[in-house]
Design a protein around this ligand. Structure first.
Ligand SMILES: [Zn+2]
Length: 368
């Protein structure tokens, strides 16, 4: 049993008090006399390719490496994310995550499953995805679903075969996220019906990026996302991918459905230099990762930095914490975590007065 004293960051506000936990939280007590660091629920990243030199596409070792790197920044649950690549490379990545799950390391973040980003996306909205996109076939879907590790998939609704693929993913309990797409708002609305008709939950992948813009008479994918109260949306808050005003507009439109991600790449934590993403050359300069043609290629963001960015933009700590923990937990159906409440997993981040990570706990074990 561990007992921590500090400022508890709860979904309804910040309260001085004490937290008692073993594997799960066993006690929570408000005590105005308490002082100490900020205590937050562990961060949940639904979209990250790599970090610390490792990448999801490397297989099991790459997944462990990226998990260890992000853990030091407060991420206690993550979804290793694949990239558009030859079919065998994608299956290799899924197999790597399956191996990690089969031999779980209690000193690493929890890994409930994979985010499959590509190859079922638009060749006309690649962003930094390699141009190896395909339209889904039922044999490919059989392959993917039989691996049993995908929990979240990014799809371009306008591609032939994608509505049927979305139906199958949704029926298998996989969250379906619209992204890397040229669809119009009407196509997205029809797609949302398909997903929900199959019992699924709809999301939007890195809102604003690789989906075109919003205009009064042409709402596009962004407008479709903001107009849909029930749909979740990921956002990369590195202050490079999205303008602060666009972020704030989305947060005000969707205070309970917008969550923050990193979209982090392998080179995160290694400083400036050359690296790769999906087999493509990537240059990192002053922390900005781009393809040689200047296209933004993922990020070197970590979720503790995303939290500080949100606070600097005037978001209160409670809301910032919700966007990093409770909202992604609700999106992915992780009812056992996401906030500081009795009975929840003791996944915790301890932050100092400058919101820097001091300690991290995974299921009650101090790992940082
Ligand atoms: Zn992407």
């Amino acid at each position: 049993m561990t007992r921590l004293e500090g400022r508890l960051v709860l979904p309804q506000g910040v309260v001085a008090g004490q937290l008692e936990f073993s594997e799960t939280i066993t006690g929570l007590e408000a005590d105005p006399g308490s002082s100490g660091p900020y205590l937050l629920p562990g961060f949940i990243d639904t979209h990250l390719h790599g970090g610390g030199g490792g990448d999801t596409m490397d297989g099991a070792d790459g997944v462990r490496t990226l998990a260890r790197f992000h853990l030091a920044h407060g991420t206690t649950t993550l979804y290793p994310t694949t990239i558009t690549n030859p079919w065998d490379a994608i299956l290799h990545a899924l197999d790597g995550v399956r191996q990690v799950q089969a031999d779980p390391d209690p000193t690493l973040p929890s890994i409930p499953g994979v985010h499959l980003e590509g190859p079922f996306i638009s060749p006309d909205r690649l962003g930094a995805q390699p141009p190896q996109t395909v339209e889904p076939t039922s044999a490919q879907l059989d392959d993917l679903l039989s691996e049993g590790v995908i929990r979240l998939v990014t799809l371009a609704p306008e591609l032939p075969g994608v509505p049927e693929a979305a139906r199958r993913f949704a029926e298998a309990g996989v969250r379906v996220s619209v992204g890397h797409t040229t669809a119009d708002a009407e196509t997205v609305a029809a797609f949302a019906k398909t997903v929900r008709g199959a019992g699924g939950t709809l999301g939007f992948t890195h809102l604003y990026n690789a989906m075109g813009g919003l205009a009064g008479r042409e709402p596009g994918v962004v407008g479709a996302s903001l107009a849909d109260r029930d749909a979740y949306s990921e956002l990369i808050l590195d202050l490079r991918h999205v303008h602060p005003a666009s972020f704030l507009a989305a947060m005000h439109a969707k205070p309970d459905r917008l969550h923050l991600i990193t979209d982090s790449i392998r080179a995160n934590g290694l400083g400036d230099g050359e690296t790769e993403l999906g087999g493509q050359r990537v240059i990192v300069k002053d922390g900005a990762a781009t393809l040689p043609d200047g296209t933004i290629a993922g990020s070197t963001l970590t979720l503790d930095r995303a939290l500080r960015n949100a606070l600097e933009l005037g978001v209160n700590l409670t809301q910032a914490s919700r966007m990093l923990s409770l909202i992604p937990a609700q999106y992915l159906g992780l009812s056992d975590r996401g906030d500081l409440r009795q009975g929840k997993r003791a996944d915790l981040v301890v932050l100092d007065d400058d919101f820097k990570v001091q300690e991290v706990y995974v299921a009650g074990r101090r790992v940082v």
